[in-house]
Each structure stands twice: as structure tokens, then as C-alpha cells.
Design a protein around this ligand. Sequence first.
Ligand code: ATP
Ligand code: MN
Length: 538
Amino acid sequence: MEANTKTSKTISLENYGITGATVHYNLSPSALHRITIEKGQGVEASSGALAVNTGEFTGRSPKDRFIVKDDITKDEIWWGDINIPFESDKFDALYDKVVDYLSGKEIFARDCYACADANYKTNIRVINEYPWSNMFVYNMFLRPSEAELENFEPEWTVVNAPGFMADAEVDGTRQHNFAILNFTKKIALVGGTGYTGEIKKGIFSALNFILPVEKNTLPMHCSANLGKDGDTAIFFGLSGTGKTTLSADPKRKLIGDDEHGWTNENTVFNFEGGCYAKAINLTEESEPEIFHAIKKGAILENVIMDENGVVDFTDTSITQNTRVSYPIYHIDNIQVPSIGRNPKNIFFLTADAFGVLPPISKLTPAQAAYHFISGYTAKVAGTEAGVEEPQPSFSACFGAPFMPLHPARYAEMLSKKMQEAGVNVWLVNTGWTGGPYGVGTRIKLKYTRAMIQAVLNGEFGLYNYDDYHIHSVFGVAQPRKCPGVPDTVLSPRATWNDDEAYYKMAFKLTNAFRENFKKFESDASEEVRRGGPQRYAF
Ligand code: ATP
Ligand code: MN
């Protein structure tokens, strides 16, 4: 159901420096859908969803993400090539140029909020150049009631001008596109890119600073859902590892698919009000919840359709990162409001393209800390056939690009909360089996779902040593049996049919882990350091 589809309220953007603009305030998604098509910026797919092209950028651009170095941030941020400093004066000058660019235009503004838990509610005003970007904001952020809109006081502002191109030399950016966070002014300034994900990840990054520093709450790049008995499960993982896919489970209520906070009041809450799913190779059969969420109100990004508006989800000619955003109520089984209790199980999802990590294994608390700090997944080299080497990719806290603080700060909070809550932590390889990328295959989604279900149903013996095999290289506890999954699938070595090749590849990954962990070693306890892969296999 569409919320707050009408409001008589109007706002002026003059105090933002945007003059002479025609401001459309909190338009309904159906109005934005219509206006987008009228302007020739999108078309309607046969499902009723709006289909747009985001332009030059079809994904985030981490190298163009900056944080203004000021009194609030200078001593707190983990500066480096993830959190790149930006001068305050340069920000002011660039901001002036952007609002000048937006002046006199038709502008789409929306008041919304982040954080489903009332104690953490963060009001946001988003100012968009394009109608479909504003519809994305409707889909992805939380939607205030009409009464809440009347007295709305924005705390953070997102200024989003995809058509504005920066002049790198003058403006201090790397190139023409940029996403800059200013904590003093509470502004996220996004320009030169139409990729909608920059808007949501901008606010996520801001909250990843504010919540731990000011509110003692752990922000997490994870999805979450809730079982019948009220048991919460959360799924950490980097892009493409399965957070959105695996959290959409008809037997469990969805809390959220990407960003959550874990409070000291023992709750887990969603930051957002919608989902942003990958659409590549989507089928009704394997992902029915997501497939059926694609209807009027949803926005498809960068997909290819035939003349009847039927999407070919296998067509990646624009990008591999085709997406669809929809408000969370497009999913049938959801928790309202999007809040759960302390998690009972935590899953670390990794798409291991080396094909050597077990498809599921149980971690000790030290191993959990080690893997959280490491944040391993793999990037596959390309889409061409043939044997290309997969690249290990490590991203601390399974979300380094959005984490402004040193990873150890999030890791400490997580370890403490896990201990207090007595959670079980599982490492799930949603990547390759039977060999590395190019030789093996991606593990079947139905097997991954069966393994997760077994955990959630308590079907793996939790303390019985005999139920597990301790992996000789990674040291993790690999269940021997799982309902709905052939025994051999549970042992990566068994799926390879070549022990020597398997161990060789496993050691390769071990070395990559060790190399990556060096930069965290001085901050990690002896116990956590021992949580990593074991040096000797035999
Ligand atoms: P992002 O942070 O970018 O939103 P995500 O973690 O939410 O990423 P998903 O959108 O869930 O990632 O993408 C997982 C993709 O991998 C989907 O396209 C899914 O169909 C595919 N997939 C294939 N096999 C599996 C598997 N065994 N488990 C999970 N996902 C799988
Ligand atoms: Mn996702």
C-alpha cells in the first residue's frame, strides 16, 4: 500500500541556496512514475514497474567518496583510501556550484527518515534533480505519516544532482562525479552520477559514524529476518554474497535487506524502508519473493526489455549490476515495524571463488572476530569463459566502503554484543564448489537455503563435536550432515575430486587471509589472531 500519497504542504528550497526552482514536494510514487515516463526518462515494464537507465554509472564509485575533514571527523575517522578527506572550503565552494546548477530547475524534494526504531529516528530531506531518483528515495527510506510531515524538521540533507559535472582541478574532486559527506553541515552531496545506490549508501555511511560515536549502537551491513518464535537471524556479507536473496524467506518475516543497527536495548532495527535487489539472472522459480515484488511501484535499473516490456534478466549488456528497488511492503512476509530482538544466529556470507571454504561451517567467537575483521569475499576476474584467476577481496566488517571508523571499533562492539547475546556464528560460502571459478560451479541456491534453514531449525548439533569435522586448513567446524543437502556437498575437498589441487588452492587463500590481516594484527588479541586459518594442513 502506498503511504502518504498526498500532502498539501509545500516547501521552499531558498534557504538551501536553490532559487527560482519549481519544487515538487513528497509526490506519490505513482505521480513520479508518470512524470518520469512523460519526461522520457523511463518506460513501464510489462510487470508495471518503472524501468530507468542510471546513465554513465551503474554502480557506486568508491574512489569518489569523500568525507569533509573538520572538528567532528578529524580525530575519529579512519582516513585512507576508503575514507578520503575533503577540505571544508572546497566543499562549500562545490556546494554553491551545485545549488546554483539546481536553481531555476524543476526539483523533486522528499522528507523521509532512516532508522525504524523511534529512539534512533533520523529525519532526512532529499533534494533530487530527477523524478525517478526521488521515487527511489520513497522506496528505500522510511515514509513519515502525514501528521509527521506537517512538523517535519530535517536533520540531514541529501543534495543529489546527477547532471552536474564537477571540474576536478577546480573543485578538488578526483573526476566529474562525487559523493561527499559533511558531518558539520549534515549534508551528503552527490553529483555527476545517477546511480541511486549512492544516495542510500551516503546516509548509511553517515549513520555508521553517528550511531557508534554518539549513540553506542552498532551499525551493520547486513540483512535480517525473524522466525515464528521471534528469533532474529542476521546475514552479513559484501555485495553479491546473498544478503537480499537469503533474507527473503517465505517462512520468516523480513526485517530488512541491507542496513541495521544493534542497540544496547537488545533490539535490531532496519535503517531503511525498502529493498534494493540484484536482478541478474533473477527467476520466478528460484527467487519468487523478489520476482513478485517487481510490480507497479518498483524501479528497475539498467535492465534490457523486449518490445513488450518483458525484462530479460540474463541480459547484462548494460551492466552486471542490474537492480530493482521496491518498498519493503512489496514483500509478503514482513515484520512491522522493522525491528527484531537480539539475534540468535549470525551468518557471515562469502562468495568464495576459490571454491575452498565449506558451504557452511560454525565459528568459535575468536574465529568470528577474525572473519568479521577480514571480511572476505572474492571477485571473479571477468565474464569470459576459460580459467581466469579469481581475486580475493577483503573488506573489513563486510562493508569497509561505508565504515568511517577503524574496523576494530565495530569489531569490538560486535564481539561484546555477540558474547552477551550468546549467538552462534556461521560462515556460509555462497560461492563456488567443485573447483574454483572457471572449473567448479556456484553452489545451488536451494542447498544454501537448506543449510540456513537447518541452522534456524536447530538441526545441527550445536555442541556435539562428533557432528562436525574440523577443517584442517581453516579450523572451522563443518557439519557432516544436513537435511536436503548431499553429504559430499558439505565437504569442499570431496567436491573437488583432487585433494592436491584442493589443498594448494586452500593454502593460496590462507596466504591471502594472512597477508590482509597483517594491518590489523597489532589491534587484535592473540586469541583473535588464532581465529584465522591454520598454517599447517596435515
Ligand atoms: P548488495 O550488498 O550489493 O545488495 P547482496 O549481498 O544483497 O548484495 P544479493 O542481491 O542477495 O547480494 O545477490 C546474490 C546473488 O547471487 C543473487 O543474484 C543470487 O541469485 C545469486 N546466487 C547464486 N547462488 C547463490 C547462493 N547459493 N546463495 C546466495 N545467492 C546466490
Ligand atoms: Mn542487497
